[in-house]
Design a binder for this molecule. Structure first.
Ligand code: ATP
Ligand code: MG
Length: 397
């Protein structure tokens, strides 16, 4: 298919042309070319050029200097963002990189042959390392010497396996052997980078195959927490398809083994507060489900974005079965969606109990009311709630 017919490329062609007209070379490069040849969706368009970041900055109105020292800027062009990187090469002696003015050097600096492809605005592909052949054979192979590639940047070992998860490729023999030999080096890589690749890996449709590689190469034994607690690897194996998110994975692990709390998993893996919250909500819902089965309370506490992971964990744990539709049905029948919808609040309760000082009782009482209303044990009306309080004293009273 002509590249003009692909939206993502068509929009970016004028950007490449502008660089060309100013006398620079510029190519589509990496994942976008690979995905184009594979016939799958293109995530982002990366561009490689012999123009320096300063020269790129002069040609476009909106340029964000995200990593000028690595030669990378983001160019905003017709409401899209493009990563534009200056050709780089590696210094054979110091292992440091330098800017280059040759595309062949830039391509040799990349991780895998399938990613070392560039394409011009006419759809002509530059392939110095038989990257097209690797894609045809569905093989992940390091550019030239695998051990050197992984020593330069050990994250590439994990990237190899995340590409397995995404594309169902296999890892070429020498590349696999190099991962086996050098797996420990991943321990020196910044956790943010490991987390990024892991997120993509666990969400990949071929996660199970990737997990096989993680296990088989023992690379997983060098990842945070899995290193000291090998039992978690077997728990991962219980997942039948793939995870929806990092929080989903953490909640599953915790459901089987309480050695590491969700917040510790998130902390050691540099996850976000949102991920921590999600993992905790899932865990709490799973415990509630284990105890009482499906209830309105669970539906109330669980945001819709967590429905799928929740249902999947129940399925994996063989805790009976629950469908997304059932869960949605409970959600639809909720009388309130949030605490704001309660007909009472802290101020009102204080008015009802003028002799009590503001304190823990207030939160406890609101919690109890909220639970009772959600579970349809109490009608959400001021009078009814007042009445209910008198016959339901707090445990701490
Ligand atoms: P995706 O489709 O998920 O974005 P991608 O292959 O584009 O996959 P990116 O992380 O966006 O992955 O990297 C863009 C390109 O930059 C890669 O295709 C590869 O050529 C090169 N690259 C990225 N990370 C590395 C690395 N650690 N070592 C060498 N080359 C890399
Ligand atoms: Mg990319």
């Amino acid at each position: 298919m002509e590249i003009q017919r692909i939206d993502a490329f068509r929009k970016a062609i004028p950007l490449l042309k502008r660089l060309n007209q100013a006398g620079f070379e510029a190519y589509f490069v990496g994942g976008c070319v690979r995905n184009y040849l594979l016939g799958v969706d293109i995530n982002d368009i990366d561009i490689t050029t012999d123009a320096t970041p300063e020269q790129v900055e002069k040609l476009f109105h909106q340029v964000i200097p995200v990593g000028v020292e690595h030669g990378t800027v983001i160019v905003r062009f017709h409401d899209q963002s493009y990563e534009v990187t200056t050709y780089r090469k590696k210094d054979a002696n110091t292992n440091e990189f330098h800017f280059s003015d040759r595309i062949d050097e830039d391509l040799l600096y990349r991780d895998f042959t399938m990613n070392a492809l560039a394409m011009d605005i006419h759809g002509r592909i530059i392939d110095y390392v038989e990257g097209k052949k690797a894609i045809k054979n569905r093989l992940i192979e390091a550019v030239n010497d695998a051990e050197s590639r992984f020593r330069e940047d050990p994250l590439r070992m994990l990237r190899a396996i995340r590409f397995v998860a995404q594309f169902n490729f296999s890892i070429e023999r020498r590349t696999l052997q190099a991962i086996n030999n050098l797996r420990h080096l991943i321990e020196g890589v910044a956790i943010e980078r490991i987390k990024d690749e892991t997120d993509t890996l666990i969400k990949g449709p071929y996660f199970k195959k990737a997990l096989y590689y993680l296990h088989h190469t023992k690379l997983i034994y060098s990842l945070p927490l899995f290193k000291e607690h090998k039992q978690f690897i077997e728990i991962l194996e219980k997942e039948t398809s793939h995870f929806e998110s990092f929080s989903h994975m953490v909640a599953l692990l915790y459901s089987y083994d309480r050695t590491i709390t969700p917040s510790r998993w998130i902390k050691e893996w540099n996850g976000s507060n949102k991920e921590k919250k999600d993992a905790q909500l899932l865990t709490e819902a799973l415990f509630a489900y284990e105890k009482d089965g499906m209830t309105l309370w669970i539906a109330y506490r669980l945001p819709e974005a967590l429905h799928k992971p929740f249902v999947k964990i129940i399925d994996t744990m063989d805790e009976g079965s629950l469908s997304i539709e059932q869960l949605r049905y409970f959600t639809k029948n909720l009388t309130i969606r949030s605490r704001d919808e309660l007909k009472v609040n802290g101020y009102l309760l204080m008015k009802w109990f003028p002799n009590r000082k503001r304190g823990k009782w207030l939160k406890e009482m609101l919690d109890a009311i909220e639970y009772a209303v959600v579970m349809n044990q109490l009608v959400n009306e001021e009078e009814k709630i007042k009445e209910w309080i008198t016959c339901h004293p707090l445990a701490t009273d």
